[in-house]
Every structure is written in C-alpha cells, then in structure tokens.
Design a protein around this ligand. Structure first.
Ligand SMILES: [Zn+2]
Length: 145
C-alpha cells in the first residue's frame, strides 16, 4: 500500500469516527433537552440525575474536542496537507497517524512543544518564587540555560 492509499484509508477512519461522534453528541443533547420535563421523584433521584448530567457533560466536552480535532484533520485533507506536520512540514510517519489519525504534528515537534511548556512552567514557578525572595544562583542558571 502506498502512503497515499494509507492516508485515504485513514480519512475513512476519521469520517466514520466523526459521524459516530456527531450521533453521540446529538443523542446527549436530546437527553439534556428531555431532562427538564421529567418529574424527578425524591432528593436521591435528583442527586443521581445531577451526577449523571455532570458526567455526561464532561464526556460531551471530551467528545466535542475530539470532533474538533477530527474536523481539523479533514480540513487538512481537503487542503492536501493531511499527514504533513504543521510545525516542520515533514511527513508524519504512518505509524503515528494510525495510532492517532487526527495528529497534526510529528512526534518530534509534539515533544518539543511539550518541553517548551515544561520550561515555561519551571520559569513561571521561579518567577513567582522570585517575587517572594531573591533567586538563588542555581535557579538563576535554570532561567538562562
Ligand atoms: Zn514536525
């Protein structure tokens, strides 16, 4: 199978997943809409209903985020950019796409982005620390390297 064929196959996977997510999200919304009309018996029932609603809305949030990523990947496909890393413009390895069909960056760029976040987190920590008391020499080095 050529890379192009593999990408086309992944597109099918994305479309199927998108349709399934759309159906699920639609069903959850309908559930929410009918919930208000229902007469809830006692307090316990009400508490259970509320919990169910919370869990459901969290699920819906995760699902709609995934749906967003899938839509984005499909847009990339239409632009003939699917499978190309958004950061470095190199082809994303098929193994990565098979594991995560809506990946838009290669593992290297993804890891780099994560380590930048990490460095920022460390810097923010020390900057906050700095506001309270002067930096120690060791932590100053952390900022400059
Ligand atoms: Zn990359």
């Amino acid at each position: 199978m050529t890379r192009k064929e593999s990408l086309l196959r992944l597109r099918q996977v994305l479309i199927r997943r998108r349709d399934a997510l759309r159906r699920t999200l639609h069903g959850e919304l309908e559930h929410f809409n009918t919930m208000d009309d229902r007469v809830v018996g006692d307090v316990v029932d009400q508490a259970l209903e509320t919990d169910y609603g919370t869990i459901n809305s969290q699920l819906a949030e995760t699902e709609s985020r995934e749906l967003e990523q899938i839509e984005h990947a499909l847009t990339r496909f239409r632009e003939r950019r699917y499978g190309v890393c958004e950061s470095c413009d190199r082809n994303i390895p098929l193994a990565r796409l098979r594991a995560l069909p809506y990946a838009t960056t290669c593992i290297r760029c993804r890891k780099e982005a994560e380590s930048v976040t990490q460095v920022n987190r460390v810097r923010d920590y020390w900057l906050r620390f700095d506001a309270a008391q002067p930096l120690k020499p060791a932590s100053k080095q952390l900022l400059t390297t």
